[in-house]
Design a protein around this ligand. Structure first.
Ligand code: API
Length: 268
């Protein structure tokens, strides 16, 4: 069977998008892992399907490069919204759900294959802290640790160990190292669940890092410029210091269609 796909990237976090409104594509972990393989497949950090939804514009499902399902992906969801836009689905603001809940995505700018998208995130859950680390769920689980020099961190080596530390993080966790570079500016490097290499950006990770920075430094700053290896993201939110609640969280950043093609399922 021939399946059409489109490749997108958001700040260098790259994805295979499949329009599955006809429901013909059946996600299978081994097939997804093969499609995401950079030598034997198309190559990507993850794969997303777009399905019909009777109440809202559409539904997104996200799979990591190893074929495991993730509840949400920030960079992926911006790419997903632009993909929906390119397919002519919905208005300027898209309404869709992911496994973590409902999302809105406003297409702030769209020109040719590229766009700027403001994505509404679900409310933060499970903030907790340990010695020198923080943990929270911004759609998917995130570990956050502050460092003085981001360049010298062994992101893959340390990330691999922390990611699978199920004694502390029962569902596993994405791992973020954060350097504060100014008031409202941070740099982040992430090692994700379900991907073997360091990704160039992680949207839910950038969001988690901005929230923890606010939480730890007890600042009123609720606007963060987040620099990641693959580009620049922005995170803003409403913060209630008395109860430490974070709501109306928005992640803004780029998304771009890179190329499209067809694969033959029999080969995967
Ligand atoms: N790249 C992502 C996160 C993917 C989710 C994932 N790695 C997991 O927790 O399973 C992002 O931009 O938010």
């Amino acid at each position: 069977m021939q399946t059409e796909f489109t490749k997108y990237e958001g700040a260098g976090n790259d994805f295979i998008l499949i329009d599955n409104r006809d429901g013909v594509f059946t996600p299978d972990a081994a097939v997804i892992a093969r499609l995401c393989d950079r030598h034997f497949g198309i190559g990507a950090d993850g794969l997303m399907t777009l399905a019909r939804n009777a109440e809202i514009d559409c539904s997104m499902r996200y799979y990591n490069a190893d074929g495991s399902e993730g509840e949400m992906c920030g960079n992926g969801a911006r790419c997903f919204a632009l993909f929906a836009h390119h397919l002519g689905i919905g208005g300027e603001t898209k309404y869709f759900d992911a496994a973590d809940g409902l999302h809105t995505a406003r297409i702030c700018r769209s020109k040719g294959s590229a766009g700027e998208i403001e994505l509404g995130m679900t409310a933060v859950r499970e903030i907790r802290t340990g010695e020198g680390w923080w943990f929270l769920n911004t759609g998917v689980p995130h570990y956050v640790e502050f460092v003085d020099d981001l360049e010298s961190v062994d992101v893959i080596g340390r990330g691999r160990i922390i990611r699978r530390d199920t004694a502390r993080f029962p569902q596993g966790t994405n791992v973020n190292f954060v350097q504060v570079t100014g008031n409202g500016t941070i740099r982040v490097r992430t090692y994700e669940r379900g991907v073997e290499n360091e990704t160039l950006a992680c949207g839910t990770g950038a969001t988690a890092a901005a929230i923890v920075t606010n939480f730890v430094l007890q600042r009123r700053t609720a606007h963060f410029a987040v620099s990641v290896p693959g580009g620049e993201l922005a995170v803003r939110f409403s913060h209630e210091p008395e109860t430490q609640t974070y709501t109306d969280i928005c992640l803004t950043g780029p998304a771009r269609r890179v190329f499209g093609g067809v694969f033959d399922s029999e080969n995967f």
